[in-house]
Write a new protein. Structure first.
Length: 252
């Protein structure tokens, strides 16, 4: 199983921890938001979607999403949208999602609507070019048991289109205004030892095992053992995949 599949599986495992009583969900509550959402679309010219964490699907999408990206994202399908996100950024976003869901689950119910997550990442437009967008998430509605039910997403083209590989993420308390940069290194990154990080950096520079062995005054067997451990811990199938994943986590 590759890294993306593993991360996606973990994400949906966390997402599915909530237990909904579907008979108790009142969708007229969602309908009452429609006038505000449409007005917000017109005023801000932002793309808006509402994600239903019970149904695991988008239940609202604004009419201007097509204008933002150049292809039809109305009645948005999650898999289709994810296919447009830069593969490296998608893994990071999944890891961020895992961390934020855990944070929200730990919060008292009356504080769960007090935060929003802001991610800046790369997405493919209709000209087959990656552009940077800013997407903000916040809880729109909880169910009667305090479960995260409806989540509002606001999307805008980032004013900063500089060449930057990776995701920028902030966790914002909308009551106090406190902003925290999200450290999206997952547990896998923390398990790499100092020596493994060092060897991974040398591999990234194009050094062979023999060259690393000479540089560190250790046997080739030891170097290769470290390299195998790195692949195992990062869930990678090759050194190239491990380096891509490590760059995504700012390890090299």
């Amino acid at each position: 199983m590759n890294t993306l599949k593993k991360t996606e599986q973990e994400y949906y495992t966390i997402l599915n921890q909530q237990e909904f009583d579907k008979s108790e969900l009142d969708y007229t509550i969602l309908e009452k938001h429609f006038p505000f959402l449409n007005q917000m679309t017109q005023v801000k010219n932002s793309g808006l979607t509402v994600f239903d964490l019970c149904k695991k699907e988008h239940v609202f999408s604004s009419y201007n999403l097509t204008n933002l990206f150049g292809y039809d994202l109305n009645n948005i399908d999650t898999n289709y949208y994810n296919s447009k996100i830069h593969p490296e950024d998608l893994i990071s976003l999944m890891n961020i999602g895992i961390l934020i869901l855990k944070k929200l689950y730990e919060l008292p119910i009356d504080e769960r609507k007090n935060y929003k997550l802001q991610n800046e990442y790369r997405i493919l437009n209709s000209q087959r070019k990656y552009i940077r967008i800013i997407e903000q998430f916040q809880v729109l509605e909880l169910d009667k048991n305090g479960n995260l039910w409806l989540a509002l997403s606001t999307m805008d083209i980032s004013p900063n289109q500089e060449e930057y590989n990776g995701v920028r993420s902030q966790w914002i308390n909308i009551i106090s205004g406190t902003i925290n940069v999200v450290d999206f290194k997952d547990n896998k990154s923390e398990k790499l030892s100092n020596r493994e990080n060092q060897i991974l950096s040398f591999v990234n520079e194009g050094m062979l095992s023999k060259e690393i062995s000479n540089k560190l005054s250790i046997s080739i067997h030891t170097v290769n053992t470290h390299r195998q451990n790195i692949l195992k811990k990062l869930g990678a199938n090759s050194s190239i995949e491990a380096i891509k994943y490590a760059k995504n986590l700012n390890l090299v």
